[in-house]
Design a protein around this ligand. Sequence first.
Ligand SMILES: *[C@@H]1O[C@H](CO)[C@@H](O)[C@H](O)[C@H]1NC(C)=O
Ligand SMILES: *[C@@H]1O[C@H](CO)[C@@H](O)[C@H](O)[C@H]1NC(C)=O
Ligand SMILES: *[C@@H]1O[C@H](CO)[C@@H](O)[C@H](O)[C@H]1NC(C)=O
Ligand SMILES: *[C@@H]1O[C@H](CO)[C@@H](O)[C@H](O)[C@H]1NC(C)=O
Ligand SMILES: *[C@@H]1O[C@H](CO)[C@@H](O)[C@H](O)[C@H]1NC(C)=O
Ligand SMILES: *[C@@H]1O[C@H](CO)[C@@H](O)[C@H](O)[C@H]1NC(C)=O
Ligand SMILES: *[C@@H]1O[C@H](CO)[C@@H](O)[C@H](O)[C@H]1NC(C)=O
Ligand SMILES: *[C@@H]1O[C@H](CO)[C@@H](O)[C@H](O)[C@H]1NC(C)=O
Ligand SMILES: *[C@@H]1O[C@H](CO)[C@@H](O)[C@H](O)[C@H]1NC(C)=O
Ligand SMILES: *[C@@H]1O[C@H](CO)[C@@H](O)[C@H](O)[C@H]1NC(C)=O
Length: 767
Amino acid sequence: MSVRQVFWQWPPLMLLFFLLFVVLASPSKADEIQILLSLKSHLKESNTGVFSSWTEGNSVCNFTGIVCNSNGLVSKINLPQQNLVGVVPFDSICGLQSLEKIDLGGNSLYGGITAGLKNCTRLQVLDLGLNSFSGEVPELSSLHNLNFLNLNNSGVSGTFPWKAVQNLTSLAFLSLGDNPFDSIPFPVEVLKLEKLYWLYLTNCSMRGEIPDGIQNLTLLENLELSDNQMSGEIPSGIGKLKKLRQLELYNNSFTGKLPVGLRNLTSLKNFDVSQNRLEGDLSELRFLNQLESLHLFENQFSGEIPVEFGDFKNLIELSLYRNQITGSLPQKIGSWTGFEYIDVSENFLTGTIPPDMCKNGMMTDLLVLQNKLTGTIPESYANCKSLNRLRVNNNSLSGSVPPGIWGLPNLSVMDLSMNQFEGPVTGDIGNAKSLGLLTLSYNRFSGELPPRISQASSLVTIFLDSNQFSGQIPSEICKLKKLVPEALNIKAFSEGFNGNPGLCSQNDDNFRPCSSDSGTSHHLRTFLWCFIAGTLVLLISLACYLFVKLKQNIPENSLKKNSWDMKSFRVLSFSEKEIIDAVKPENLIGKGGSGNVYKVVLNNGKELAVKHIWPSNSIDRKNCRTSSAMLTNRTFQSSEYVAEVATLSAVRHVNVVKLYCSITSEDSNLLVYEYLPNGSLWDRLHTKMKSKETLLDVVDSTISEASKEDALKILTIAMHCTTKIPALRPSMRMVVQMLEEAAPCMLTDIVVDKEWTWLPKVGVPRH
Ligand SMILES: *[C@@H]1O[C@H](CO)[C@@H](O)[C@H](O)[C@H]1NC(C)=O
Ligand SMILES: *[C@@H]1O[C@H](CO)[C@@H](O)[C@H](O)[C@H]1NC(C)=O
Ligand SMILES: *[C@@H]1O[C@H](CO)[C@@H](O)[C@H](O)[C@H]1NC(C)=O
Ligand SMILES: *[C@@H]1O[C@H](CO)[C@@H](O)[C@H](O)[C@H]1NC(C)=O
Ligand SMILES: *[C@@H]1O[C@H](CO)[C@@H](O)[C@H](O)[C@H]1NC(C)=O
Ligand SMILES: *[C@@H]1O[C@H](CO)[C@@H](O)[C@H](O)[C@H]1NC(C)=O
Ligand SMILES: *[C@@H]1O[C@H](CO)[C@@H](O)[C@H](O)[C@H]1NC(C)=O
Ligand SMILES: *[C@@H]1O[C@H](CO)[C@@H](O)[C@H](O)[C@H]1NC(C)=O
Ligand SMILES: *[C@@H]1O[C@H](CO)[C@@H](O)[C@H](O)[C@H]1NC(C)=O
Ligand SMILES: *[C@@H]1O[C@H](CO)[C@@H](O)[C@H](O)[C@H]1NC(C)=O
């Protein structure tokens, strides 16, 4: 007689089962909906709509995130990453008799993980990671079915119940890292959990050594003990964990050599022991040919890089910086698959840069700075469009840089400084749209800087000092201010250009001025911009100031020869006496509303312009105001002298005429300027324009709409300043104001913040 026959032939037994079912199952189901509705009432969800199906009329098995077993009882609560906020009523939900899984990871749950959890005895999976709980984890020994326990970064603290956990021998996944537990030695209880394939104990205040018993955890595929205070040697037992795919021990205080036996970890893909005090060579790693990422930086490793690394076909990241590694880089390194990142900086490497690391077009970082590398930058990198940072500084590299390198579209940092590179920076640099930092200091680069540098529109900082660049600094550089924090720091620019004896500039008085012909012999655009951005302003300023209104005819008092106080704004090569003596009627070249202008020829042949500002009571304010009314509504004060000194000495990057010094006595002020012959620059500009195209055509073809507008405004002011009727010419101060209004950016470009409070920095992680 089969069991089934007995069952059906014995109605009382059938009835008994039926009653049992009613007693046990029915109330349980009714409870379950209440338990879940209670859970819903504890948790707030923001816009995920996850609880919309959680209603009294619906079946619990139809609730979003709920899974029932074949008996229609809740077996799983799956609500990870649902933006849930609140306190979890563990006491209540563990009333779900068949519950096997709670996944509430990645929410914003808070409060305690209460002892009620102990009643979840059927639980196999508990994931509360990435939440904001507080307090200790309760004793969990009753959860003997548990095989997955994830509490990483969940906010729990105090002492973890390790004693209880050693009985949870089904555990295969244990992740407790990133919690502020009390500091403990490596918990030996873990070594009983021989089913573990995942052990994440990073950043949870462990100290002391890794016990050699770790070798018992033969199923481990992932072992992470980083960011702790562990010390001692890495035990050779680790070599027995042949299934390891990831071994992360970084940022501890491990010492000694890589253990013999590591070579047996042939499944290892990710290995990171960076930031420790490990020493010895890397020979134990030469068999790990499945490695995808290898991080050994900031240790004391020595010896050579095993040539076998060049055959690691899956390698993507390699970082060995700050060690004492010698020898050369394997030439085949990175040539197989999607190699992305190499940082072998700050070692003692010799030999050349391997040519094929960007063969697959994935490389983003080539960082080999501070070694003893020789040879060139291989031509192959000129096609490395993915490259983001190229830092090869402080080596012994030489030769020309392949032109394409200058124009790599994704490059943000290019540091070639402190090598023996030579040759030019080519116009390709106009394609370097992402380039923020360009450092070429201390090399033998030569030739002219290409005007196309202005198209490298992300540039923030340029260092070109100590090279053999020649020709003009393209004034296009001024246009680069468009990006970045607001003001491109010209001071950083000019310092970054030092030590290039061949460089000249129309704009920048840190350099010898360009000869008057230099514009003609080179690019038209260079010329044009030198004029528009620099010379033209110079011209306007000069014209405006030299030809101040000639209405006044106040007789010149002969200057008293004593009690003069000279304040210099620049290095002077003349004496106060020389100037004062020369201020006499024969040298008068112009008269203005606020004073007269004299041309002074020094003993050494140098020409200066000296403006004699009259005492304020002798100024005809009315006339001044009339002539300047259209330009500014500010009243023209007798303190023109003060304003002019302030303006001109603040504008150190003098595109405006250079102010050499002021010489003051009780009743007179002299301002000594660079002398520029009347109109010559203007004439030259006109000649240039005539010999080429018309002014507008040139402007059209060479500069952008925005700049064109600026340029035309400036030209208009220039016309105004050079008008034949001197009375209509504005004063120096007015012009500065007009320029500020017409083309504020041009003056922003040339004005240097005296304090120089910030130097823009490009975010450069590590290297
Ligand atoms: C499941 O819930 C949806 C609405 O959320 C409802 O339309 C559907 O009828 C329910 N199914 C069952 C079997 O209860
Ligand atoms: C655990 O369950 C038992 C019986 O099922 C009950 O008496 C006890 O109160 C529960 N514990 C908690 C903390 O909910
Ligand atoms: C940390 O917890 C999150 C959320 O559960 C999980 O996705 C992640 O894999 C865990 N990380 C580790 C290293 O265990
Ligand atoms: C662990 O299990 C052993 C026997 O299997 C038992 O004696 C011990 O009390 C358990 N420990 C805890 C903390 O549950
Ligand atoms: C280390 O853990 C703390 C919590 O204890 C966390 O705030 C921090 O972000 C973790 N550090 C890292 C690097 O993940
Ligand atoms: C490792 O396993 C062996 C054999 O199963 C056992 O004798 C030893 O006690 C275990 N070691 C630890 C530390 O648990
Ligand atoms: C190294 O780990 C410690 C915790 O042991 C942590 O505070 C520190 O931030 C980590 N350092 C780095 C560079 O991540
Ligand atoms: C590597 O494993 C083999 C067997 O798989 C073993 O014979 C050898 O001793 C191991 N090598 C080391 C250095 O542990
Ligand atoms: C250049 O590298 C050498 C070692 O090769 C180092 O001593 C020196 O400090 C480095 N110079 C700079 C400026 O980084
Ligand atoms: C350049 O960078 C952008 C943004 O990071 C990326 O999407 C693009 O794929 C990169 N180009 C190449 C050729 O790698």
